[in-house]
Ligand binder design. Structure first.
Ligand code: IVH
Length: 714
């Protein structure tokens, strides 16, 4: 019998007594029952069972899964965050991306930040910064049009967030209307919950037999992302404004004044925001905030520094995911000691063998940690990648008492080991030299701490990780096809998704299979299968840069993929270049002439295309696709869009990095060397061989001032 409803009577059989068949059946029933309860609670606002019964169902489900891990369903309630039904929110495309921040962990990192800013701008004068607490909540973007709040959206992946307008309207700190605001104003900031409100909420929840939250951040997130805004309204959320997105008129000339303006408009801004004339002053403020941290009444996890001058911010601009003009100086990580129960070796997409510590679960900074990374075999042995001692040379052995730390949202790490707890019979850990997944030799390259499986695509772990990468957010991003489904489709003999091309033949193969149709399997149904096939179909046409990134070739990250796509423009041109690029050939030189492509990356690309198995997989995939050529973003507006530009000599008004970023933002390609394909050489004083080459080839040459005039920055 399953868990009883209503009064919480549990007439269930002990989990230990269940047979596999019974367990499977009960997991199916629990998934349905919990699903119904979720729907009743979140969508219909008509809870059918008490929170205590609901929790009992989830606990029973988890207990059965723990005993029969193999039976865990792809739609397991354990993988669904209790309070949130994310599919229910509409999507909002952010007009200005919502970025994250680069982190600094000590004063030296902050000094590096300043040095990078100065070097990028070639700026040696005063450089004021603002310093303010980094609130540990979740970010929210509020859009006002004509002074009226029209939309609120979560960050999501930075480009597309969730529409939580109704919920945001219930937060007292968020004004519904503004006077004297720009026509369009997007205010960004953090939704959070105070310690006192969090404690009171948890008490109320516990008294009502409801679920309690692990920390204020989770409580804030769970409360904001409620489909039913009346639930949000009953939760004490707050909001600090600290940034902005789209604005129809500038708020001010400095960050500090802009924040003051937001305050004047009626937003709550953090009172600990200050303007610091120097980095030293900013570091002083960091220490003051750190000292006051416990008494603030809300969680913060560091201090954010921002370049105060907004004109400098605009020049600094953004990298792919973070602004160059800001950094988060994190507070030291939280630490805890626990036992190392085992070491698992995970095999990644590029064959890297990564040791993962299995730990006796321990709470580190409010989160239960049971796994942590051990980096690589040298790290376990007590050496860094150059053979230097770390941890005073102490190695890590099974059964050891180890120190674990967590900094921000990064993966927990094992930092130290307590030798006084070591068992006398503990043996040094022997790192495998064959792949635990496919048995192929696992080798280390000269100067590399990582041991890699040499099995390539014959290694099931590499193959499946590649597939996960292939469907991931910045690659093909196929809705409804995530890591979990990939695992299932890979292992299932009928579905047999072994390589990317198989994803695009799935619908056809499923239609031809009379017996085991996808729609009849656990976690799938008529509608979800139809949706999945439609989502796959929609990605048959794919932008070139996404395709290159999705191939998962070592060293070819998102930025490199964009650079390559922009350079070659079409799949045909890219493929031809990489296929014919032998060391020393014109195609090889062409590849190396691309700014941002070095020998390692080029070598890795060429090797992948030359490997017969890889090549066959790529060809089979491309045969299924329509690859969209690169469209120049600013093509119609910018006079340099589509041109290949080379900078040489000394630039006096801007640094090389700034010039390159600016040119690319205007749709130009920036190359590292002059060739017949170069359209324009921008030459400063001291230009040498590149200028000669350009003259020889008849390439148009201009100086820095002419360049600035051309792009309208003069
Ligand atoms: S500025 C373009 N200021 O930290 C950068 N972010 O780790 C805009 N955060 O996504 C962010 N307190 O959610 C900024 N005072 C603060 C912040 C802050 C918290 C969050 C924000 C951001 C994340 C990055």
């Amino acid at each position: 019998m399953a868990v009883g409803q209503g009064n919480g009577a549990v007439a269930a059989r002990a989990v230990e007594a269940l047979t596999e068949a019974e367990a499977r059946e009960e997991l199916a029933r629990l998934a349905a029952e919990i699903g119904r309860a979720n729907e009743a609670y979140h969508l219909l606002d008509a809870p059918e069972i008490s929170d205590a019964d609901y929790d009992a169902l989830r606990r029973r489900n988890a207990a059965i899964e723990a005993r029969f891990p193999k039976l865990k369903r792809s739609d397991s309630p354990s993988d669904q965050v209790g309070a949130t039904v994310a599919e229910g929110f509409g999507k909002v495309a952010h007009r200005v991306r919502m970025l994250s921040l680069e982190n600094a962990f000590d004063d030296a990192d902050v000094a590096d930040f300043e040095a990078r800013v100065r070097s990028y701008l070639n700026h040696s004068g005063p450089l004021a910064l603002t310093a303010e607490p980094k609130i540990d909540g979740l970010s929210l973007s509020l859009r006002y049009e004509g002074g009226v709040l029209v939309q609120a959206a979560t960050r999501g992946d930075g480009e597309v967030g969730e529409n939580v307008t109704d919920n945001a309207r219930t937060i007292a700190d968020i004004p519904h209307s503004l006077t004297d605001a720009p026509e369009v104003l997007e205010v960004r900031g953090e939704v959070y919950m105070s310690h006192a409100d969090f404690a009171a909420l948890n008490t109320r929840q516990a008294e009502a037999g409801g679920k309690t939250f692990a920390n204020p951040r989770n409580a804030a997130a769970g409360s904001l992302r409620q489909l039913d805004a009346t639930i949000t309204a009953a939760r004490p959320l707050r909001f600090f404004a600290y940034a902005w997105g789209e604005v129809s008129a500038p708020l001010a000339a400095t960050q500090f004044a802009a924040i003051a303006r937001l305050k004047a408009l009626g937003f709550v801004t953090n009172p600990l925001t200050t303007r610091c004339e120097t980095v030293a002053a900013a570091l002083d403020h960091y220490r003051r905030i750190e000292a006051d941290r416990a008494g603030l009444g809300y969680d913060i996890d560091g201090v954010v520094y921002k370049v105060d001058d907004l004109a400098l911010q605009a020049r600094l601009g953004f990298r792919s995911a973070t602004p160059r003009w800001a950094i988060a100086h994190k507070f030291p990580a939280e630490l805890a000691w626990t036992d190392l129960l085992g070491i698992d070796i995970q095999v990644g997409r590029t064959g890297a063998l990564s040791p993962v510590a299995r730990l006796r679960p321990v709470t580190v900074g409010g989160v239960v940690v049971s796994n942590a990374t051990l980096h690589n075999e040298d790290y376990i042995a007590g050496r860094d990648s150059r053979g230097q001692m770390i941890r005073a040379g102490k190695d890590i052995r099974l059964g050891d008492r180890v120190q674990v730390y967590r900094a921000g949202d990064v993966i927990p790490k094992v930092a130290d080991v307590d030798l006084s707890h070591r068992r006398t019979d503990a043996q040094p850990y022997v790192f495998p030299d064959t792949c635990p997944e496919c048995g192929s030799p696992a080798l280390r390259e000269e100067g590399d701490s990582t041991r890699r499986c040499t099995g390539g695509l014959i290694c099931p772990a590499q193959a499946v990780e590649r597939l996960k990468h292939f469907v991931s957010r910045h690659a093909f991003d196929i809705e409804g096809l995530g890591a979990k489904q990939i695992e299932m489709f890979f292992r299932d003999a009928d579905l047999a998704v072994k390589a990317p091309a198989d994803i695009f033949t799935l619908a056809e193969r499923d239609a031809a299979n009379p017996l085991r149709k996808l729609k009849n399997r656990d976690g799938f149904g008529e509608v979800s299968t139809r949706k999945l096939f439609a989502a796959i179909e929609a990605k048959r046409s794919i932008p070139l840069d996404r395709l290159i990134f999705a191939l998962g070739i070592r060293h070819v990250g998102e930025v490199a993929a964009q650079v390559l796509a922009r350079h070659y423009g079409t799949w045909e041109a890219f493929e031809e270049a990489v296929t014919t690029a032998e060391e020393g050939s014109p195609a090889w030189e062409g590849l190396l002439s691309i700014d941002g492509v070095g020998r390692t990356l080029a070598g890795s690309l060429v090797a992948a295309f030359r490997n017969p198995a890889e090549r066959a997989a790529i060809d089979a995939l491309v045969a299924q696709l329509t690859v969209q050529p690169v469209v120049w973003k600013a093509a119609t507006e910018s006079p340099v869009a589509g041109l290949t530009v080379v900078f040489t000599g000394t630039l006096e008004k801007m640094t090389r990095a700034e010039a390159k970023a600016r040119a690319e933002a205007l749709g130009a390609k920036v190359a590292g060397s002059v060739s017949a394909k170069t359209d324009l050489l921008v030459a400063g004083p001291g230009a040498g061989s590149k200028a000669k080459e350009a003259a020889k080839l008849g390439v148009r040459m201009i100086d820095e001032d002419a360049w600035l005039a051309l792009i309208g920055d003069a």
